[in-house]
Design a protein around this ligand. Sequence first.
Ligand SMILES: Cc1cc2nc3c(=O)[nH]c(=O)nc-3n(C[C@H](O)[C@H](O)[C@H](O)COP(=O)(O)OP(=O)(O)OC[C@H]3O[C@@H](n4cnc5c(N)ncnc54)[C@H](O)[C@@H]3O)c2cc1C
Length: 433
Amino acid sequence: MKIIIVGAGISGLSLYLHLRKHLPSPPSSQPPHTITIYEAHKPRSTPAAIQDSSFAELSSSTAIVGGGLGISPNGMRVLHSLSPALHAAVTTQGFRCENFDFRSSRGWKLHKTPTSDKNVKRPDGEEVREEWCVASSRHGLWSVLMDAVVEDGGKVIYRKVVDAGVTGLGRPFVRFEDGAEEEADLIVGADGVWSAVKRGVFDAEDERFSPKYEKLAGVGGFLDMPIPEDVLHDRSMVFTFGANGFFGYSPYSPSKNRMMAWSTFETEAVPAKKGFDVEEIKQQLTERHKGWKDPVISNIINTIEIDSVYPVFTTPELPHWGENGLVLIGDAAHALQPTTGQGASQALEDAQTFSFLLTHHLKKAYSEGSDISEADAIVLSSKSLYELRRLRVKTLADRARMIDAGKMKQTIWAELLLCLFLWLVGKFQFVGK
Ligand SMILES: Cc1cc2nc3c(=O)[nH]c(=O)nc-3n(C[C@H](O)[C@H](O)[C@H](O)COP(=O)(O)OP(=O)(O)OC[C@H]3O[C@@H](n4cnc5c(N)ncnc54)[C@H](O)[C@@H]3O)c2cc1C
């Protein structure tokens, strides 16, 4: 079977590794599976890289591999099942964050909640390994996955896909910038929120399927700064909410002198121009957070190098995640609000689930006397992926929408109400469930 993965981001690289680990070999009469990854952007990680990037490029989160994220316990679990060594490598280069610490810009400590999933029960009652959230640079997570792909002999070809579709004979294909086309048995769009593969699945002009701007933008970066003692002691990621925005900071590496920080704020329109003035963004940050009580925040703003600017785009709920051998995973299928802290983890879950499903159906297709073909196995797998995963992703998106309301400009009453809500969540864990 010939497989093309479009996008060497978190979902594309992890899918490659899962497929290589799990897919059954085809019968000896057929050629072995081949997997090719096409990636549009050579990775860049310098602050200068954001200056000449459009918002669409910036939203494609590995266009600029800088920026930080949290890999939630569920994401870490997927990494462990893929390879304990890979799980260890991600943990070692990152920071195992044991608590989420919610605060108000007025200096109130609202609540602290453990990130561990120790109390999460599986439906079958089976004990699960305890996992925590790991804070990491995007680049750190991406590099570990990329190294594993390269070590496996995987091929990442830097070539931009502009479109996808299905031939008259029912075979999926991708089209490149120079007009060349390539067919395969299975094409997976792991190409982020502005997915080109999605254009082969849904009408690109139809607004129901287009990325939606959430009127929020994130700014983030890394800095040399001693980690505050309470943060180091409790191994915390700190989230502070105020009337005019949000600020988060956390360690993200083994160093006691490196931090990552990010802020989210409301911007009505997505600026159309190319290029960003990093100094202007810093000035805006200073203005927005002046008067916030936590001195760590003002220290950070004075020192930070802005590495990433992310206008928040989400994918509307889609009626399916692919058909006829074209399949969407990760942000291409369901870009979530960053507030979920689940974008990377859901991408990892998609890759694992799809590879399990395809393995299951292919084993059937390859068994003697089977009445299903490879093509049937692909169609069945993409249908089941949607059925299994859709509700989980929707629940996360709905919950994030509630929290995002707290990142928009608000009246003092709305701000106090949000503080009360966050405090109550800590006091009575059932609130907000
Ligand atoms: C501000 C912000 C903060 C976030 N914070 C978190 C967090 O705390 N925790 C978390 O888990 N997630 C977070 N995320 C989300 C997370 O980064 C993404 O959800 C996750 O990376 C999705 O992975 P993906 O592989 O599906 O997409 P992407 O990472 O976007 O990868 C897509 C890949 O496809 C490539 N590509 C795009 N178009 C083409 C094309 N036409 N041809 C070929 N290649 C193409 C891109 O260059 C990229 O390499 C955050 C996102 C944002 C914007």
